[in-house]
Design a protein around this ligand. Structure first.
Ligand code: NAD
Length: 322
């Protein structure tokens, strides 16, 4: 079994590689990454091993350097993207190119070499400000960021390739995924700010934003399970991948401050939008309905949102080993 992991030097992708190795799900893993946000450090423990190949290439250009490795591949886990939702309010072209153009090239490479099993890393942001919370998979897609729109567009490309070329596709709509090696998002942001100034913590928005967080160890397990599901059942399958509970930004700040053993930290809320969002296009309330994955597979989240946040803070601070 040969699998391709795009964005495999990034946060979730590198944990996926580790999971595939530990569970012996493949005997050959090819990572394609341009190191725009990923790091060699995330995969260095695999370098030099027979099962591992690393290709430094940019998926935005369709080049034989990376396209040809799709020959004889059995499955593609596509994580490469620009994951910074915030950028789309100022520079939407980045998400169009990094997410939609790159995904189209991945699909074309797979079509060229008839690679039919696929996982795509989508996002809860495809729902936008959902009418229904917890939000089920059949909810309307009304993204309020270009990032969310780009993920929805990619899902539709996968759907058409599934219909036209017989691709078996698992779409994983992730909640906020957190854990060791993550280099963006609220937790790392808080830790960096508190390291610089342990007295004042600037919080984007009014702190009442409430979202669901899933530890990366739970996320990669769900990813493997739904991909196998799509491979066996054939066709196109969409799954929310998230937690049963949610937590506010203020609670995340409290946990971070507590784990950093700081006292008397003053919170300063930065109001960017009148309704207290962290940035224009920030979804204020997000909780995915995970009934579907729980009823069709054996997967369950092992850590709650709160436990996942605490574990992530401890992992980043080096208090706990991953
Ligand atoms: P990440 O930035 O750590 O990983 C993305 C990887 O893709 C990086 O290694 C980067 O170098 C690589 N990459 C980016 N553009 C590329 C290109 N054009 N060619 C080749 N490689 C490229 O981010 P992550 O948090 O691990 O996210 C992984 C995927 O999951 C992304 O698609 C992201 O949108 C999605 N996602 C993440 C979350 C989350 O909470 N982290 C939530 C929902 C969805």
């Amino acid at each position: 079994e040969k699998v391709i992991v795009t964005g495999g030097a990034g946060f979730i992708g590198s944990h996926m590689v580790d999971y595939i190795v530990v569970k012996s799900l493949a005997n050959k893993i090819v990572v394609i990454d341009n190191f725009s946000s990923g790091s060699i450090k995330n995969v260095e423990h695999h370098i030099g091993k027979d099962y591992f190949e690393l290709i430094n290439a940019d998926l935005k250009s369709f080049e034989s350097k990376w396209v040809d490795v799709f020959k004889d591949a059995d499955a593609v886990f596509h994580f490469a993207a620009n994951p910074e939702v915030r950028i789309s309010s100022t520079d939407p072209r980045i998400h169009f190119n990094e997410n939609i153009v790159a995904t189209f090239n991945v699909l074309e490479a797979a079509r060229k070499f008839d690679v039919t099993t696929h996982f795509f890393a989508s996002s809860s942001t495809v729902y936008g400000d959902a009418d229904k919370i917890p939000t089920p998979e059949d909810h309307a897609l009304k993204p309020i960021s270009v990032y969310g729109a780009s993920k929805a567009a990619c899902e539709m490309l996968y759907y058409s390739y599934s219909h036209l070329y017989g691709f078996n596709v698992a779409i994983g709509r992730y909640a906020n995924i957190i854990g060791y090696r993550s280099n963006h998002g609220v937790i790392i942001d808080f830790i960096n700010k508190l390291r610089k100034n342990p007295n004042i913590l600037e919080i984007l928005g009014d702190g009442t934003q409430r979202k669901s967080y899933l530890h990366v160890s739970d996320a990669v397990e769900a990813t493997a399970i739904i991909t196998l599901y799509a491979k066996e059942r054939k066709g196109y399958h969409v799954f929310n991948i998230g937690n049963d509970d949610w937590i506010t930004v203020k609670e995340i700040a409290d946990i971070t401050v507590n784990e950093m053993e700081l006292k008397n930290v003053q919170y300063k809320y930065i109001l960017v939008t009148p309704d207290g969002r962290g940035w224009p296009g920030d979804v204020k309330l997000m909780l995915l309905d995970i009934t579907k994955i729980k009823s069709l597979t054996s997967w369950r989240p092992k850590l709650s949102s709160k436990d996942a946040v605490r574990k992530t803070v401890r992992e980043i601070l080096g208090k706990e080993k991953f």
